[in-house]
Design a binder for this molecule. Structure first.
Ligand code: G3P
Length: 194
């Protein structure tokens, strides 16, 4: 019981590590939340600090989800990996180390699913880049990837997976409210490099 509580707190703290803020402040002297979309995530890091920083932050945000979801295995606890992963995603969205102003749940959710079902992560990557190629919107591609992941999960008949992917996709859509409004009024920036 105590171990389970510790794991859940650890997962939240891991998710709370604000990689975009750390990389931005330490190496570029910038708080990326004061630039671009204001989001503390990989996309806004790409936009504000460039490809190298964007890649590092995206990968770090994925890996904190993966590591958090793996904690029950590492610490030999009887706790579902996906449940633990949800707390890492909550930490990523509302980080205790960054004034509770975090990211939009995309990369860290991907990392959680990478730990539990790598083939779904691969499927999500493919859907994301196809959607990005067609629409040029990162935000819309993130949302579509969340929905596609949910449809994929339905076919697995794995109830915890179905429920958790539904929760994560809901987080992703909810956190993209401002992007959805911008897409509707045609002010959401499109990427230019694909
Ligand atoms: O992962 C976040 C992405 O979908 C949107 O980011 O900075 O364009 O709001 P941003």
């Amino acid at each position: 019981m105590v171990l389970n509580a510790i794991i859940i707190i650890l997962a939240y703290l891991l998710g709370s590590i604000p990689s975009g803020l750390i990389i931005g402040k330490v190496f570029y002297g910038k708080d990326i939340r004061e630039h671009g979309s204001g989001n503390l995530g990989g996309t806004n890091t790409f936009r504000t600090l460039g490809v190298k920083a964007g890649l590092v932050v995206s990968i770090a945000d994925v890996l904190k989800g993966t590591l958090a979801a793996t904690l029950p295995l590492l610490l030999n606890a009887d706790l579902h990996m996906l449940l633990v992963g949800v707390f890492a995603v909550i930490g990523h969205m509302y980080p205790i180390f960054a004034g509770f102003r975090g990211g939009k749940a995309v990369a860290t959710s991907g990392g959680v699913l990478l730990a539990y079902i790598p083939v779904l992560f691969l499927f999500m990557l493919i859907i994301f880049f196809i959607s990005l190629y067609i629409t040029k919107y990162v935000s819309l591609s993130s949302i579509l990837t969340g929905i596609a992941a949910f449809i994929y999960a339905l076919f697995t008949q794995d109830l915890p997976l179905i429920v958790v992917v539904a929760v994560l996709a809901t987080f992703v859509i909810y956190r993209h409210r401002a992007n959805i409004a911008r897409i509707r009024n045609k002010t959401e920036p499109k990427i230019k490099w694909l």
